[in-house]
Design a protein. Structure first.
Lengths: 429, 176
Protein backbone atom coordinates (compact mmCIF):
# COMPACT_ATOMS: atom_id res chain seq x y z
CA UNK A 1 0.00 0.00 0.00
CA UNK A 2 2.81 2.35 0.91
CA UNK A 3 4.63 1.90 -2.32
CA UNK A 4 1.47 2.01 -4.36
CA UNK A 5 0.55 5.45 -3.09
CA UNK A 6 3.98 6.73 -3.95
CA UNK A 7 3.51 5.46 -7.46
CA UNK A 8 0.18 7.23 -7.75
CA UNK A 9 1.81 10.44 -6.57
CA UNK A 10 4.47 9.90 -9.15
CA UNK A 11 1.93 9.46 -11.91
CA UNK A 12 0.05 12.55 -10.89
CA UNK A 13 2.91 14.95 -10.56
CA UNK A 14 5.90 13.58 -12.31
CA UNK A 15 4.59 11.74 -15.31
CA UNK A 16 7.26 13.26 -17.53
CA UNK A 17 10.03 11.77 -15.43
CA UNK A 18 9.06 8.14 -15.57
CA UNK A 19 11.96 7.16 -17.81
CA UNK A 20 15.11 5.70 -16.32
CA UNK A 21 17.60 8.43 -15.61
CA UNK A 22 20.51 6.27 -14.51
CA UNK A 23 22.29 3.71 -16.66
CA UNK A 24 24.26 0.83 -15.23
CA UNK A 25 27.75 -0.19 -16.32
CA UNK A 26 29.47 -3.17 -14.71
CA UNK A 27 33.14 -2.26 -14.36
CA UNK A 28 34.47 -5.26 -12.51
CA UNK A 29 32.97 -8.54 -11.35
CA UNK A 30 34.38 -11.56 -9.55
CA UNK A 31 36.99 -13.64 -11.42
CA UNK A 32 34.83 -16.75 -11.23
CA UNK A 33 31.22 -15.63 -11.21
CA UNK A 34 28.65 -18.38 -10.67
CA UNK A 35 26.79 -19.28 -13.89
CA UNK A 36 23.04 -19.04 -13.36
CA UNK A 37 20.19 -19.33 -15.86
CA UNK A 38 17.18 -17.13 -15.19
CA UNK A 39 14.56 -18.62 -17.50
CA UNK A 40 11.81 -16.33 -18.88
CA UNK A 41 8.93 -16.54 -16.41
CA UNK A 42 5.50 -17.83 -17.42
CA UNK A 43 2.61 -15.35 -17.57
CA UNK A 44 -0.98 -16.01 -16.62
CA UNK A 45 -3.08 -12.96 -17.21
CA UNK A 46 -4.77 -10.83 -19.86
CA UNK A 47 -2.58 -9.45 -22.63
CA UNK A 48 1.19 -9.38 -22.42
CA UNK A 49 3.13 -9.42 -19.15
CA UNK A 50 3.75 -5.80 -17.97
CA UNK A 51 7.40 -6.52 -17.17
CA UNK A 52 10.01 -9.12 -18.11
CA UNK A 53 10.47 -10.41 -14.56
CA UNK A 54 13.33 -12.78 -15.46
CA UNK A 55 15.21 -9.91 -17.12
CA UNK A 56 14.89 -7.76 -13.98
CA UNK A 57 16.24 -10.61 -11.80
CA UNK A 58 18.99 -11.42 -14.31
CA UNK A 59 20.17 -7.77 -14.27
CA UNK A 60 20.13 -7.69 -10.47
CA UNK A 61 22.29 -10.80 -10.23
CA UNK A 62 24.71 -9.53 -12.90
CA UNK A 63 25.00 -6.19 -11.11
CA UNK A 64 26.10 -8.00 -7.96
CA UNK A 65 29.19 -9.07 -9.92
CA UNK A 66 28.95 -12.51 -8.36
CA UNK A 67 26.93 -14.19 -11.10
CA UNK A 68 27.39 -14.85 -14.80
CA UNK A 69 24.07 -15.04 -16.58
CA UNK A 70 23.31 -17.67 -19.17
CA UNK A 71 22.04 -16.08 -22.37
CA UNK A 72 18.46 -16.95 -23.36
CA UNK A 73 19.71 -17.85 -26.82
CA UNK A 74 21.80 -20.64 -25.30
CA UNK A 75 18.90 -22.12 -23.33
CA UNK A 76 17.56 -25.37 -24.84
CA UNK A 77 14.13 -24.97 -23.24
CA UNK A 78 12.12 -22.44 -21.23
CA UNK A 79 10.62 -24.46 -18.35
CA UNK A 80 8.18 -22.58 -16.10
CA UNK A 81 7.38 -25.47 -13.68
CA UNK A 82 9.39 -28.26 -12.07
CA UNK A 83 7.89 -30.97 -14.31
CA UNK A 84 9.48 -29.27 -17.34
CA UNK A 85 13.02 -29.27 -15.87
CA UNK A 86 15.59 -31.51 -17.61
CA UNK A 87 18.85 -31.11 -15.70
CA UNK A 88 21.04 -32.45 -18.52
CA UNK A 89 19.89 -29.52 -20.72
CA UNK A 90 21.30 -27.13 -18.15
CA UNK A 91 24.47 -29.02 -17.35
CA UNK A 92 25.12 -29.09 -21.10
CA UNK A 93 25.38 -25.30 -21.11
CA UNK A 94 27.25 -25.19 -17.76
CA UNK A 95 24.50 -23.49 -15.77
CA UNK A 96 25.12 -24.31 -12.12
CA UNK A 97 21.79 -22.92 -11.02
CA UNK A 98 18.47 -22.44 -12.79
CA UNK A 99 15.67 -20.09 -11.69
CA UNK A 100 12.21 -20.63 -13.11
CA UNK A 101 8.85 -19.06 -12.26
CA UNK A 102 5.42 -17.88 -13.19
CA UNK A 103 3.65 -14.54 -12.86
CA UNK A 104 -0.08 -14.67 -12.19
CA UNK A 105 -2.42 -11.70 -12.40
CA UNK A 106 -5.46 -11.62 -10.10
CA UNK A 107 -6.69 -8.78 -7.91
CA UNK A 108 -3.00 -8.57 -7.06
CA UNK A 109 0.02 -9.88 -8.92
CA UNK A 110 1.87 -13.00 -7.74
CA UNK A 111 5.28 -14.42 -8.60
CA UNK A 112 5.99 -18.10 -7.85
CA UNK A 113 9.63 -19.10 -8.25
CA UNK A 114 11.82 -22.16 -7.87
CA UNK A 115 15.61 -22.38 -7.76
CA UNK A 116 17.44 -25.55 -8.88
CA UNK A 117 20.95 -26.82 -8.31
CA UNK A 118 21.92 -28.66 -11.53
CA UNK A 119 24.79 -30.54 -9.89
CA UNK A 120 22.64 -31.97 -7.13
CA UNK A 121 19.67 -32.11 -9.55
CA UNK A 122 17.21 -30.75 -7.04
CA UNK A 123 15.17 -27.71 -6.09
CA UNK A 124 17.03 -25.81 -3.36
CA UNK A 125 14.59 -22.93 -2.83
CA UNK A 126 11.11 -21.85 -3.76
CA UNK A 127 8.80 -19.04 -2.82
CA UNK A 128 5.94 -16.71 -3.64
CA UNK A 129 5.77 -12.92 -3.54
CA UNK A 130 2.52 -10.99 -3.91
CA UNK A 131 1.68 -7.31 -4.23
CA UNK A 132 -0.07 -4.61 -6.24
CA UNK A 133 0.30 -4.78 -10.03
CA UNK A 134 2.14 -1.45 -10.03
CA UNK A 135 4.83 -3.02 -7.83
CA UNK A 136 5.79 -5.85 -10.19
CA UNK A 137 9.34 -4.55 -10.52
CA UNK A 138 9.79 -4.37 -6.74
CA UNK A 139 8.33 -7.88 -6.39
CA UNK A 140 10.86 -9.10 -8.96
CA UNK A 141 13.66 -7.54 -6.87
CA UNK A 142 12.34 -9.48 -3.87
CA UNK A 143 12.81 -12.70 -5.83
CA UNK A 144 16.39 -11.53 -6.59
CA UNK A 145 16.90 -10.97 -2.85
CA UNK A 146 15.71 -14.52 -2.06
CA UNK A 147 17.94 -16.08 -4.73
CA UNK A 148 20.94 -13.99 -3.71
CA UNK A 149 20.56 -14.90 -0.05
CA UNK A 150 20.12 -18.60 -0.83
CA UNK A 151 23.29 -18.67 -2.95
CA UNK A 152 25.60 -16.32 -1.04
CA UNK A 153 24.34 -16.49 2.52
CA UNK A 154 24.05 -12.69 2.55
CA UNK A 155 20.72 -10.84 2.47
CA UNK A 156 20.04 -9.26 -0.90
CA UNK A 157 19.49 -5.51 -1.15
CA UNK A 158 17.76 -5.36 -4.53
CA UNK A 159 14.26 -4.60 -3.22
CA UNK A 160 15.45 -1.26 -1.89
CA UNK A 161 15.49 2.27 -3.20
CA UNK A 162 17.91 5.11 -3.78
CA UNK A 163 17.73 8.83 -3.24
CA UNK A 164 20.06 11.04 -5.21
CA UNK A 165 20.50 14.64 -6.26
CA UNK A 166 20.92 15.46 -9.93
CA UNK A 167 22.17 18.76 -11.26
CA UNK A 168 21.79 20.20 -14.72
CA UNK A 169 24.62 22.68 -15.15
CA UNK A 170 23.80 26.05 -16.62
CA UNK A 171 26.80 28.30 -17.32
CA UNK A 172 24.55 31.28 -18.09
CA UNK A 173 22.14 31.06 -15.16
CA UNK A 174 21.64 29.13 -11.97
CA UNK A 175 22.05 25.34 -12.02
CA UNK A 176 18.92 23.19 -11.84
CA UNK A 177 18.66 20.78 -8.89
CA UNK A 178 16.45 17.73 -8.57
CA UNK A 179 15.97 15.25 -5.71
CA UNK A 180 15.02 11.85 -7.11
CA UNK A 181 13.79 8.58 -5.63
CA UNK A 182 14.42 5.45 -7.71
CA UNK A 183 14.56 1.68 -7.36
CA UNK A 184 17.98 0.22 -6.51
CA UNK A 185 18.53 -0.51 -10.23
CA UNK A 186 17.93 3.16 -11.09
CA UNK A 187 14.54 2.42 -12.66
CA UNK A 188 11.24 4.18 -11.95
CA UNK A 189 12.72 7.57 -10.95
CA UNK A 190 10.33 9.89 -9.12
CA UNK A 191 11.21 13.56 -8.62
CA UNK A 192 10.59 14.60 -5.00
CA UNK A 193 11.75 18.21 -5.31
CA UNK A 194 13.25 20.39 -8.01
CA UNK A 195 14.30 23.97 -8.54
CA UNK A 196 17.16 26.39 -9.07
CA UNK A 197 18.33 26.33 -5.44
CA UNK A 198 20.80 23.73 -4.12
CA UNK A 199 19.49 20.49 -2.57
CA UNK A 200 21.89 18.60 -0.29
CA UNK A 201 22.29 15.72 2.16
CA UNK A 202 19.26 13.53 1.34
CA UNK A 203 18.76 10.87 4.00
CA UNK A 204 16.22 8.19 4.99
CA UNK A 205 14.14 7.69 8.09
CA UNK A 206 14.89 4.25 9.61
CA UNK A 207 11.48 2.92 8.53
CA UNK A 208 12.10 4.05 4.94
CA UNK A 209 8.84 6.01 4.84
CA UNK A 210 10.31 9.50 5.10
CA UNK A 211 13.25 11.42 3.75
CA UNK A 212 15.03 14.52 5.01
CA UNK A 213 17.26 16.92 3.10
CA UNK A 214 18.62 20.44 2.99
CA UNK A 215 17.14 22.93 0.55
CA UNK A 216 18.20 26.52 -0.15
CA UNK A 217 14.77 27.42 -1.55
CA UNK A 218 14.31 30.27 0.96
CA UNK A 219 17.73 31.61 -0.13
CA UNK A 220 19.11 30.18 3.13
CA UNK A 221 19.79 26.54 4.02
CA UNK A 222 17.01 24.79 5.95
CA UNK A 223 16.27 21.15 6.83
CA UNK A 224 13.03 19.59 5.57
CA UNK A 225 11.37 16.23 6.08
CA UNK A 226 9.03 14.72 3.50
CA UNK A 227 6.68 11.77 3.87
CA UNK A 228 6.89 9.48 0.85
CA UNK A 229 3.41 8.05 1.39
CA UNK A 230 1.43 11.24 1.96
CA UNK A 231 3.74 13.72 0.28
CA UNK A 232 3.48 15.91 3.43
CA UNK A 233 6.48 18.17 3.79
CA UNK A 234 7.69 20.08 6.82
CA UNK A 235 10.49 22.57 7.43
CA UNK A 236 12.32 21.40 10.56
CA UNK A 237 14.90 24.12 11.08
CA UNK A 238 15.38 27.71 10.08
CA UNK A 239 18.25 28.98 12.19
CA UNK A 240 20.70 31.65 11.25
CA UNK A 241 23.78 30.13 9.62
CA UNK A 242 24.24 26.50 8.68
CA UNK A 243 21.34 24.04 8.94
CA UNK A 244 22.62 20.80 7.46
CA UNK A 245 23.54 17.10 7.66
CA UNK A 246 20.24 15.68 9.01
CA UNK A 247 20.62 12.13 10.38
CA UNK A 248 17.70 10.17 11.86
CA UNK A 249 18.42 8.16 15.00
CA UNK A 250 17.88 4.37 14.60
CA UNK A 251 14.66 4.61 16.69
CA UNK A 252 13.39 7.42 14.46
CA UNK A 253 12.66 9.77 17.39
CA UNK A 254 15.63 12.11 17.14
CA UNK A 255 17.45 13.87 14.37
CA UNK A 256 21.13 14.78 14.61
CA UNK A 257 22.01 17.88 12.64
CA UNK A 258 24.51 20.70 12.26
CA UNK A 259 23.78 24.31 13.21
CA UNK A 260 26.12 27.30 13.38
CA UNK A 261 23.66 29.65 15.08
CA UNK A 262 25.92 29.87 18.14
CA UNK A 263 28.92 31.00 16.13
CA UNK A 264 30.45 27.92 14.53
CA UNK A 265 29.23 24.55 13.26
CA UNK A 266 28.31 22.17 16.09
CA UNK A 267 26.29 18.94 16.34
CA UNK A 268 22.79 19.21 17.82
CA UNK A 269 20.01 16.73 18.52
CA UNK A 270 16.43 17.63 17.63
CA UNK A 271 13.74 15.66 19.45
CA UNK A 272 11.17 15.14 16.69
CA UNK A 273 8.28 14.86 19.16
CA UNK A 274 8.96 17.70 21.62
CA UNK A 275 11.09 19.75 19.17
CA UNK A 276 13.59 20.26 22.00
CA UNK A 277 17.07 21.07 20.73
CA UNK A 278 20.15 19.75 22.57
CA UNK A 279 23.66 20.89 21.77
CA UNK A 280 26.12 17.98 21.70
CA UNK A 281 29.43 19.54 20.71
CA UNK A 282 30.82 22.88 21.78
CA UNK A 283 34.03 23.64 19.97
CA UNK A 284 35.37 26.51 17.86
CA UNK A 285 36.38 24.01 15.17
CA UNK A 286 34.09 22.67 12.45
CA UNK A 287 31.97 19.79 13.77
CA UNK A 288 29.78 18.33 11.04
CA UNK A 289 28.47 15.23 9.20
CA UNK A 290 26.94 13.38 12.17
CA UNK A 291 25.89 9.77 11.64
CA UNK A 292 24.48 7.25 14.15
CA UNK A 293 25.96 3.97 15.23
CA UNK A 294 23.28 1.29 14.61
CA UNK A 295 22.72 0.81 18.37
CA UNK A 296 21.84 4.51 18.73
CA UNK A 297 24.23 4.88 21.69
CA UNK A 298 26.85 6.98 19.96
CA UNK A 299 27.39 9.13 16.89
CA UNK A 300 30.30 9.57 14.55
CA UNK A 301 31.08 13.03 13.18
CA UNK A 302 33.74 14.96 11.28
CA UNK A 303 35.77 17.60 13.10
CA UNK A 304 38.87 19.62 12.33
CA UNK A 305 39.50 20.25 16.05
CA UNK A 306 42.85 18.50 15.64
CA UNK A 307 43.82 20.80 12.76
CA UNK A 308 42.61 18.58 9.91
CA UNK A 309 39.24 16.86 9.37
CA UNK A 310 39.08 13.48 11.14
CA UNK A 311 36.30 11.21 12.38
CA UNK A 312 35.35 11.36 16.07
CA UNK A 313 32.91 9.36 18.12
CA UNK A 314 30.51 10.97 20.61
CA UNK A 315 29.25 8.65 23.36
CA UNK A 316 25.75 9.81 24.33
CA UNK A 317 25.96 8.25 27.82
CA UNK A 318 29.37 9.47 28.94
CA UNK A 319 29.35 12.57 26.66
CA UNK A 320 32.98 11.71 25.87
CA UNK A 321 34.49 12.43 22.46
CA UNK A 322 37.13 10.12 21.02
CA UNK A 323 39.03 10.38 17.75
CA UNK A 324 38.76 7.19 15.66
CA UNK A 325 40.70 7.90 12.42
CA UNK A 326 44.45 8.36 12.47
CA UNK A 327 45.63 7.41 9.01
CA UNK A 328 46.04 10.32 6.58
CA UNK A 329 45.32 14.05 6.82
CA UNK A 330 41.68 13.93 5.80
CA UNK A 331 38.94 11.50 6.81
CA UNK A 332 35.36 12.69 6.63
CA UNK A 333 31.64 11.92 6.26
CA UNK A 334 31.41 8.51 7.86
CA UNK A 335 28.52 6.08 7.26
CA UNK A 336 28.25 2.97 9.40
CA UNK A 337 27.13 -0.45 8.13
CA UNK A 338 24.22 -2.13 9.92
CA UNK A 339 26.65 -4.53 11.64
CA UNK A 340 28.24 -1.55 13.38
CA UNK A 341 31.67 -2.69 12.30
CA UNK A 342 32.48 -1.24 8.87
CA UNK A 343 32.61 2.53 8.49
CA UNK A 344 32.67 3.92 4.95
CA UNK A 345 34.29 7.34 4.70
CA UNK A 346 36.10 9.77 2.40
CA UNK A 347 39.85 9.40 2.79
CA UNK A 348 42.49 11.63 1.23
CA UNK A 349 45.75 10.13 0.01
CA UNK A 350 48.31 12.03 -2.08
CA UNK A 351 45.83 14.83 -2.66
CA UNK A 352 43.23 12.42 -4.02
CA UNK A 353 39.91 11.73 -2.35
CA UNK A 354 38.97 8.05 -2.19
CA UNK A 355 36.26 5.93 -0.58
CA UNK A 356 37.71 3.81 2.23
CA UNK A 357 36.33 1.40 4.80
CA UNK A 358 37.49 1.48 8.42
CA UNK A 359 36.99 -1.74 10.36
CA UNK A 360 36.16 -0.66 13.91
CA UNK A 361 37.22 -4.05 15.31
CA UNK A 362 40.68 -4.27 13.74
CA UNK A 363 41.12 -0.48 13.19
CA UNK A 364 42.24 -1.34 9.67
CA UNK A 365 41.54 1.23 6.94
CA UNK A 366 41.12 -0.14 3.41
CA UNK A 367 40.96 2.19 0.41
CA UNK A 368 38.35 0.87 -2.04
CA UNK A 369 38.52 3.25 -4.99
CA UNK A 370 41.17 4.53 -7.38
CA UNK A 371 39.37 7.60 -8.70
CA UNK A 372 40.37 10.94 -7.18
CA UNK A 373 37.24 12.94 -6.38
CA UNK A 374 35.05 10.41 -4.59
CA UNK A 375 32.53 11.50 -1.99
CA UNK A 376 29.19 10.82 -0.25
CA UNK A 377 29.52 7.08 0.55
CA UNK A 378 26.29 5.24 1.39
CA UNK A 379 26.27 1.60 2.48
CA UNK A 380 23.67 -0.88 1.18
CA UNK A 381 21.40 -2.17 3.97
CA UNK A 382 23.02 -5.61 3.65
CA UNK A 383 26.44 -4.05 4.26
CA UNK A 384 28.01 -5.54 1.13
CA UNK A 385 28.24 -2.56 -1.24
CA UNK A 386 29.18 1.11 -0.90
CA UNK A 387 27.45 3.50 -3.28
CA UNK A 388 29.19 6.85 -3.74
CA UNK A 389 29.63 9.78 -6.12
CA UNK A 390 32.69 10.37 -8.27
CA UNK A 391 33.69 12.56 -11.20
CA UNK A 392 33.73 11.58 -14.84
CA UNK A 393 34.80 14.50 -17.00
CA UNK A 394 32.89 17.54 -15.79
CA UNK A 395 29.99 15.48 -14.48
CA UNK A 396 29.47 13.66 -11.24
CA UNK A 397 28.29 10.05 -11.55
CA UNK A 398 27.23 7.41 -9.05
CA UNK A 399 29.43 4.37 -8.62
CA UNK A 400 29.40 1.33 -6.38
CA UNK A 401 32.10 -0.90 -4.98
CA UNK A 402 31.82 -4.07 -2.89
CA UNK A 403 33.07 -3.63 0.66
CA UNK A 404 35.64 -6.36 -0.13
CA UNK A 405 36.64 -4.42 -3.27
CA UNK A 406 35.81 -7.29 -5.64
CA UNK A 407 32.94 -5.82 -7.61
CA UNK A 408 32.46 -2.39 -9.16
CA UNK A 409 29.76 -0.80 -11.22
CA UNK A 410 28.80 2.73 -12.14
CA UNK A 411 25.47 4.47 -12.65
CA UNK A 412 26.02 7.54 -14.82
CA UNK A 413 23.05 9.76 -15.61
CA UNK A 414 21.90 10.05 -19.19
CA UNK A 415 22.22 13.79 -18.78
CA UNK A 416 23.86 16.07 -16.20
CA UNK A 417 25.42 15.20 -12.88
CA UNK A 418 24.22 12.85 -10.16
CA UNK A 419 25.52 13.12 -6.62
CA UNK A 420 24.84 12.35 -2.95
CA UNK A 421 23.30 8.87 -3.22
CA UNK A 422 21.48 7.54 -0.16
CA UNK A 423 20.63 3.84 -0.10
CA UNK A 424 17.34 3.11 1.66
CA UNK A 425 17.01 0.81 4.66
CA UNK A 426 15.03 -2.39 4.26
CA UNK A 427 11.35 -1.61 4.04
CA UNK A 428 8.86 -4.20 5.24
CA UNK A 429 6.78 -5.01 2.18
CA UNK B 1 15.16 144.54 14.98
CA UNK B 2 14.97 141.53 12.65
CA UNK B 3 12.42 141.72 10.05
CA UNK B 4 9.66 139.21 10.46
CA UNK B 5 10.26 137.93 6.97
CA UNK B 6 13.88 137.38 7.75
CA UNK B 7 12.91 135.72 11.03
CA UNK B 8 10.53 133.44 9.18
CA UNK B 9 13.28 132.64 6.71
CA UNK B 10 15.58 131.70 9.57
CA UNK B 11 12.97 129.53 11.11
CA UNK B 12 12.35 127.81 7.83
CA UNK B 13 16.07 127.43 7.30
CA UNK B 14 16.59 125.97 10.74
CA UNK B 15 13.56 123.79 10.26
CA UNK B 16 14.82 122.76 6.90
CA UNK B 17 18.19 122.06 8.41
CA UNK B 18 16.52 119.99 11.05
CA UNK B 19 14.49 118.15 8.50
CA UNK B 20 17.56 117.66 6.39
CA UNK B 21 19.50 116.51 9.36
CA UNK B 22 16.73 114.15 10.31
CA UNK B 23 16.52 112.95 6.81
CA UNK B 24 20.17 112.44 6.39
CA UNK B 25 20.36 110.59 9.72
CA UNK B 26 17.55 108.20 8.57
CA UNK B 27 19.28 107.50 5.27
CA UNK B 28 22.51 106.47 6.97
CA UNK B 29 20.78 103.94 9.19
CA UNK B 30 18.99 102.40 6.27
CA UNK B 31 22.11 102.17 4.26
CA UNK B 32 23.92 100.63 7.18
CA UNK B 33 21.12 98.08 7.57
CA UNK B 34 21.24 97.40 3.88
CA UNK B 35 24.92 96.83 3.96
CA UNK B 36 24.59 94.57 6.97
CA UNK B 37 21.84 92.56 5.35
CA UNK B 38 23.78 92.15 2.17
CA UNK B 39 26.80 91.01 4.12
CA UNK B 40 24.73 88.42 6.03
CA UNK B 41 23.19 87.23 2.83
CA UNK B 42 26.52 87.00 1.23
CA UNK B 43 27.90 85.16 4.19
CA UNK B 44 24.96 82.76 4.25
CA UNK B 45 25.30 82.24 0.53
CA UNK B 46 28.98 81.71 0.93
CA UNK B 47 28.37 79.27 3.73
CA UNK B 48 25.68 77.50 1.71
CA UNK B 49 27.96 77.37 -1.27
CA UNK B 50 30.73 76.06 0.88
CA UNK B 51 28.40 73.53 2.40
CA UNK B 52 27.11 72.55 -1.00
CA UNK B 53 30.60 72.33 -2.30
CA UNK B 54 31.50 70.22 0.68
CA UNK B 55 28.45 68.03 0.15
CA UNK B 56 29.26 67.77 -3.49
CA UNK B 57 32.78 66.91 -2.56
CA UNK B 58 31.49 64.30 -0.12
CA UNK B 59 29.08 62.87 -2.69
CA UNK B 60 31.89 62.92 -5.18
CA UNK B 61 34.21 61.27 -2.68
CA UNK B 62 31.57 58.65 -1.85
CA UNK B 63 30.98 58.13 -5.55
CA UNK B 64 34.71 57.77 -5.87
CA UNK B 65 34.80 55.23 -3.03
CA UNK B 66 31.89 53.32 -4.50
CA UNK B 67 33.51 53.40 -7.90
CA UNK B 68 36.74 52.20 -6.32
CA UNK B 69 34.79 49.42 -4.58
CA UNK B 70 33.07 48.49 -7.82
CA UNK B 71 36.41 48.62 -9.52
CA UNK B 72 38.00 46.02 -7.23
CA UNK B 73 35.10 43.65 -7.88
CA UNK B 74 32.76 41.79 -5.56
CA UNK B 75 34.50 38.39 -5.58
CA UNK B 76 37.30 37.67 -3.09
CA UNK B 77 39.43 34.56 -3.66
CA UNK B 78 40.97 32.20 -1.10
CA UNK B 79 43.78 29.67 -0.88
CA UNK B 80 42.99 25.94 -0.67
CA UNK B 81 41.40 24.88 2.65
CA UNK B 82 41.99 28.39 4.01
CA UNK B 83 39.64 31.07 5.26
CA UNK B 84 42.33 33.75 5.70
CA UNK B 85 41.96 36.84 3.54
CA UNK B 86 44.82 37.10 1.08
CA UNK B 87 46.55 40.47 0.68
CA UNK B 88 44.61 41.06 -2.54
CA UNK B 89 41.30 40.14 -0.94
CA UNK B 90 42.03 42.42 2.02
CA UNK B 91 42.66 45.37 -0.32
CA UNK B 92 39.40 44.61 -2.12
CA UNK B 93 37.42 44.35 1.10
CA UNK B 94 39.04 47.61 2.35
CA UNK B 95 37.65 49.40 -0.70
CA UNK B 96 34.18 48.02 0.02
CA UNK B 97 34.40 48.99 3.70
CA UNK B 98 35.25 52.57 2.71
CA UNK B 99 32.26 52.67 0.38
CA UNK B 100 29.91 51.05 2.90
CA UNK B 101 30.90 53.44 5.72
CA UNK B 102 29.59 56.26 3.51
CA UNK B 103 26.18 54.75 2.83
CA UNK B 104 23.55 52.64 4.55
CA UNK B 105 23.64 49.60 2.29
CA UNK B 106 23.40 46.11 3.74
CA UNK B 107 25.50 43.35 2.18
CA UNK B 108 25.22 39.59 1.82
CA UNK B 109 28.45 37.59 1.80
CA UNK B 110 28.21 34.21 0.06
CA UNK B 111 30.98 31.72 0.87
CA UNK B 112 32.03 29.06 -1.64
CA UNK B 113 34.61 26.27 -1.88
CA UNK B 114 36.07 24.11 -4.62
CA UNK B 115 34.77 20.59 -5.21
CA UNK B 116 37.45 18.75 -3.21
CA UNK B 117 36.54 17.21 0.10
CA UNK B 118 33.04 16.44 1.31
CA UNK B 119 29.97 18.59 0.66
CA UNK B 120 28.91 19.17 4.25
CA UNK B 121 32.43 19.94 5.42
CA UNK B 122 32.68 22.37 2.51
CA UNK B 123 29.48 24.07 3.66
CA UNK B 124 31.23 24.75 6.96
CA UNK B 125 34.39 25.90 5.18
CA UNK B 126 32.36 28.26 2.96
CA UNK B 127 30.76 29.74 6.05
CA UNK B 128 34.17 30.20 7.64
CA UNK B 129 35.27 32.22 4.59
CA UNK B 130 32.14 34.39 4.58
CA UNK B 131 32.54 34.96 8.33
CA UNK B 132 36.20 35.90 7.87
CA UNK B 133 35.19 38.70 5.48
CA UNK B 134 32.35 39.77 7.80
CA UNK B 135 34.61 39.86 10.86
CA UNK B 136 37.15 41.95 8.98
CA UNK B 137 34.42 44.39 7.92
CA UNK B 138 33.02 44.64 11.45
CA UNK B 139 36.48 45.12 12.94
CA UNK B 140 36.87 48.05 10.58
CA UNK B 141 33.75 49.83 11.71
CA UNK B 142 30.87 48.35 9.76
CA UNK B 143 27.91 47.50 12.04
CA UNK B 144 27.39 43.73 12.10
CA UNK B 145 23.64 44.04 11.46
CA UNK B 146 24.42 45.28 7.97
CA UNK B 147 26.33 42.10 7.04
CA UNK B 148 24.60 38.79 6.36
CA UNK B 149 26.60 35.63 5.66
CA UNK B 150 25.56 32.41 3.94
CA UNK B 151 27.51 29.41 2.68
CA UNK B 152 26.87 27.40 -0.46
CA UNK B 153 29.88 25.12 0.05
CA UNK B 154 30.80 23.52 -3.26
CA UNK B 155 27.35 24.11 -4.79
CA UNK B 156 27.01 26.79 -7.48
CA UNK B 157 30.56 26.62 -8.84
CA UNK B 158 31.70 29.32 -11.26
CA UNK B 159 33.97 26.93 -13.16
CA UNK B 160 32.68 23.40 -13.67
CA UNK B 161 35.83 21.47 -14.50
CA UNK B 162 38.45 19.99 -12.19
CA UNK B 163 42.06 21.13 -11.75
CA UNK B 164 43.56 24.14 -10.01
CA UNK B 165 42.57 26.69 -12.71
CA UNK B 166 38.92 25.85 -12.13
CA UNK B 167 39.23 25.27 -8.40
CA UNK B 168 40.83 28.65 -7.69
CA UNK B 169 37.88 30.42 -9.33
CA UNK B 170 35.47 28.56 -7.08
CA UNK B 171 37.21 29.21 -3.72
CA UNK B 172 35.58 32.58 -3.14
CA UNK B 173 33.33 34.90 -1.18
CA UNK B 174 30.88 36.90 -3.26
CA UNK B 175 29.58 40.22 -1.98
CA UNK B 176 26.00 40.93 -2.97
Amino acid sequence: MLIRRVSILALLFFASNLHAELQIEINQGLDNPTPIAVVPFGWQGLGAAPEDVAQIIDSDLVRSGQFAPVSRRDMLSYPTREAEMYFRDWRAISAEYVLIGQVTLGTQIRIDFQLFDTTRQMAIDSGTVTGPVTELRMLSHRVSDAVYERLTGISGAFATRLLYVSVMRNPNAKDFYRLTLADSDGQRPIVLLEGRDPILSPTWSPDGQEVAYVSFETSRPAIYRQNLRTGAREQLTNFQGLNNSPAWSPDGNTMALVLSKDGNPDIYLLNLTTRALTRLTRHFAIDTEPTWMPDGKSLLFTSDRGGRPQIYRYDLRTKKIKRITFEGAFNARARVAQDGRNVALVHQRDGRYHIAVLDLVTDRLTVLTETSLDESPSIAPNGSVVLYATKRGQDSILAAVAVDGGVRFSLPAREGSVQEPAWSPYVTP
Amino acid sequence: MIKPTLYAKWISLVFAAFVLAACSSNDTKEAEAEVAATAAEEQAAQEAAAQEAEQQAQVKAQQGREAAAANVGTVFYFEFDSSSLTEDARAQVDAHIQALLGNNDSVRLEGHTDERGTREYNLALGERRANAVRDYMVANGLPSYRVETISYGEENPVAYGSGETNWQQNRRVELK
